[in-house]
Design a binder for this molecule. Structure first.
Ligand SMILES: NC(=O)c1ccc[n+]([C@@H]2O[C@H](COP(=O)([O-])OP(=O)(O)OC[C@H]3O[C@@H](n4cnc5c(N)ncnc54)[C@H](O)[C@@H]3O)[C@@H](O)[C@H]2O)c1
Length: 432
């Protein structure tokens, strides 16, 4: 197997997760360039992969002009940059491993697909959950046909409040206007993807959806609360007080301190305290300029009559992705966090049903590798393993998600947003 070479565009949180594969599996992947506007992130990339200065670029155009040869460019820039940067990369003939969501606009999604076809390039979307031992086991059970066809798929995504506040209330995904993605697309295009992938004997047709921002609203702020927590009369009792939530607990430091433009590990407490006095991360969760919903449900009817539902809730006390698939002759049930899949079949002799438990705890660990590649229940590691195999011409695995496969999951998200805002049912076939 040939070693795959990659460049990483956007060496932030995600870019470094994927790049870490090169250090854990040096026979399989090497990083040949880092492209990032941030000086400290370029320097981090230089150290991580032992690069020379001529392999570092502070903008994409400079990289494109340098005509660097590599098998794939990992595009791990933020959502709103995906379209422009991916089109440029495809124009130059690069294969792209593209972070999800592809884009918030249907015309851009279709244009990327068309450009990839024209240029005969691959665009592989980072729907990392597909690659986990957990969901690929479920896919194998579905595809084995032993339970018959899917009648109903129920998915729940409960986003833990530490994650939700740091990413979606105070964080960089809080504004659809700025980042180009609403909550559903940013958080759950993974789940709409799972729904379409698991049920890919058919295609989604009708979508309805409800949801709103009802928790993190001004109306829920305690009386007299101020915009910034450091001067708020409720700071000793409010669980979201930034001093407690961001400084002491420091749940998601890679998000919270990113706009200090320094590696967060090097920040002093005083620098963090000062930052919270002027940044969104120091603001009241009920007053911050968040323009996305904090809960949403989506219903999908497929062409063969099967139906799927997705419940997305932000701010839950415990994180959890739950799945329940009901097929003609049995069911598949589980919480991904438990690493156990229950395969339930009819049992007419003794009890009403029989549960077979598939314990995936050992599979969860990607092996003796750095933690940075075991994220997403092992999906961050396994997508890279799959990418290396795929670019070596070993064909697509059951999980490989080329751009065509990502279209339906994204269309469901766009349709759900229309359905939610306009209180209508959207027909994907006539709408897009
Ligand atoms: N697959 C998943 O499950 C998953 C999980 C989290 C985030 N994401 C997605 O991954 C993407 C990246 O998220 P992140 O948290 O790593 O973001 P990040 O902010 O940590 O990283 C983005 C990087 O891009 C760099 N950058 C900004 N402008 C640039 C430019 N003009 N040219 C080059 N570099 C530039 C920034 O300096 C930063 O280093 C987003 O689209 C996000 O939605 C996917």
């Amino acid at each position: 197997m040939k070693k795959i070479s990659c460049a990483i565009l956007g060496y932030g949180d995600r870019g470094s997760c994927y790049g870490a594969y090169a250090n854990n599996e040096p026979e399989e992947l090497e990083v040949v360039a880092i492209i990032d506007v941030s000086e400290h992130r370029r320097q981090k990339g230089k150290e991580d992969y032992n690069l020379q200065d001529h392999q570092l670029f502070d903008n994409l155009d400079e990289f494109l002009a340098a005509n660097i040869t590599c098998d794939v460019v990992i595009n791990s820039t933020m959502d709103q940059m995906h379209y422009e940067t991916t089109m440029k990369l495809l124009d130059k003939g690069y294969n792209v491993l593209l972070e999800k969501p592809v884009t918030g606009k249907v015309e851009e999604l279709l244009a990327i697909r068309q450009k990839a076809e024209e240029k005969n390039c691959e665009v592989i979307v980072c729907h990392v959950l597909r690659y986990t031992p957990y969901y690929s086991t479920i896919k194998q059970v579905v595809d084995s046909g032993r339970l018959g066809k899917i009648m109903n798929i129920q998915l729940n995504e409960h986003v833990w409040h530490g994650h939700f506040v740091n990413a979606f209330v105070r964080g960089k995904w809080r504004s659809e206007k700025e980042c180009g993605s609403g909550l559903l697309l940013a958080k759950c295009c993974h789940d709409t993807d799972l729904m379409c992938w698991l049920n890919n004997v058919t295609t989604p047709v009708f979508v309805s959806s409800f949801g709103s921002k009802s928790m993190y609203t001004e109306a829920n702020a305690p009386e007299g609360a101020t915009q910034y927590c450091y001067e708020c009369p409720h700071r000793d009792t409010c669980m979201f007080n930034a001093e407690k939530f961001e400084l002491e607990k420091d749940f998601c430091p890679q998000y919270t301190w990113a706009d200090t433009h320094k590696p967060w590990q090097e920040l002093t407490e005083e620098e963090k305290r000062e930052f919270l006095k002027k940044d969104t991360y120091g603001q009241c969760v009920y007053k911050v300029d968040m323009d996305i919903v904090d809960r949403q449900c989506v219903s999908v009817e497929f062409a063969n009559g099967s139906v799927g539902t997705l419940n997305l809730v932000g701010g839950a006390s415990k994180a959890g992705r739950h799945i329940h698939i009901i097929c003609e002759f049995g069911e598949i049930v589980g919480y991904v966090e438990d690493n156990k899949v229950i395969v339930r079949t009819f049992d007419q002799d003794e009890v009403w049903y029989h549960d077979e438990i598939l314990d995936l705890s050992e599979e969860y660990d990607a092996g003796d590798v750095d933690n940075s590649v075991t994220g997403h229940y092992g999906g961050d590691y396994h997508i890279m393993k799959d990418l290396v195999r795929y670019l070596n011409g070993e064909g697509t695995s059951v999980a490989t998600t080329v751009i065509q496969d990502s279209v339906n999951s994204h269309l469901i998200c766009y349709a759900a947003e229309k359905a939610r805002k306009e209180k209508v049912v959207v027909n994907l076939k006539t709408e897009y």
